[in-house]
Design a protein around this ligand. Structure first.
Ligand SMILES: [Ca+2]
Length: 72
């Protein structure tokens, strides 16, 4: 049997709350992937960012939001 590395990255197929939702405060968010994920790989590769005052992602005012709950 030959094992072949999976070179296709997992894709997020659904998020909660839905994209573009306007929220107050909330304690839980969720992202659903198109394949099973190892928790150890997701904790090092998933991040949450707040867009910042300029309303654009990828700019200097973006704010990293710490993930307080272990991913499962
Ligand atoms: Ca920004």
């Amino acid at each position: 049997m030959t094992l072949t590395p999976d070179t296709t990255p997992a894709q997020v197929v659904r998020v909660a709350p839905s994209r573009g939702a306007i929220l107050g405060s909330m304690g839980t968010i969720a992202a659903f992937f198109n394949e099973p994920m190892y928790p150890s790989s997701t904790t090092s590769s998933v991040s949450l960012k707040e867009i910042g005052p300029d309303g654009l992602f990828g700019t200097a005012d973006d704010i990293n939001i710490p993930l307080l709950t272990p991913l499962a």
